[in-house]
Design a protein around this ligand. Sequence first.
Ligand code: ATP
Length: 233
Amino acid sequence: MLTVQGINVYYGAIHALKDLSIHVKQGEIVTLIGANGAGKSTLLKTLSGLLKPKTGSIEFLDKWIVNQTVQAIVKEGLIHCPEGRRVFANMSVEENLEMGAYLQVGSSLAADLERVYHIFPRLLERKKQQAGTLSGGEQQMLAMGRALMGHPKLLLLDEPSMGLAPLLVQDIFRIIKEVNDAGTTVLLVEQNAHQALRIADRAYVLETGRVVLEGDAKELADSDEIQMAYLGH
Ligand code: ATP
């Protein structure tokens, strides 16, 4: 579904992604783990067209997307739920969700809202509330709900559990699994390697802009290297 080959991405003189290659197959949950600054967010921003690689290729559903606009990439079904929640603070919950559907043609807004409210009942309770006044966990749900309004074929999730209370973390991981079971492929960036490896099929470990390990999520979770570096054992 997604094939990234040998991309190099720079911020000015900083070489943030170095000859990086990954792939994601239809139906998978693939997780990217790695320390702060490893390049995980940079990779998601590059996939969604916010950053352009200097070299290398990105193929999504048999199309080359490196030179496409962010909007065109969203239309193809590759949707980014960014880090830090980034909801429209002055708009209501429902208006935020409607923004997520703005490139949709041929699907019913009412049906899409119902589907998202079914996944996140808390958002239904608060649909008229200003998004900026939601709790951190609720804003995270709203950001995910907004991304789901766009019918992602591949959903890019950047640190969905960041800053959440432990019970909400469980909820968010359960929901990611449900969204995946319902047919959405997921590329998940997480600091919480333990939980991410538990729900993922495969994983890549990034260090200073390179893939240093990759493989089956369960096997990686059991490996001594990962246990020591990322799981605190
Ligand atoms: P984190 O979990 O802290 O977000 P990350 O793995 O997502 O880490 P990135 O944010 O992708 O890492 O950063 C990769 C590298 O690129 C880091 O060295 C970072 O300092 C640098 N970088 C990121 N954004 C910028 C920017 N806007 N300008 C310059 N350098 C940047």
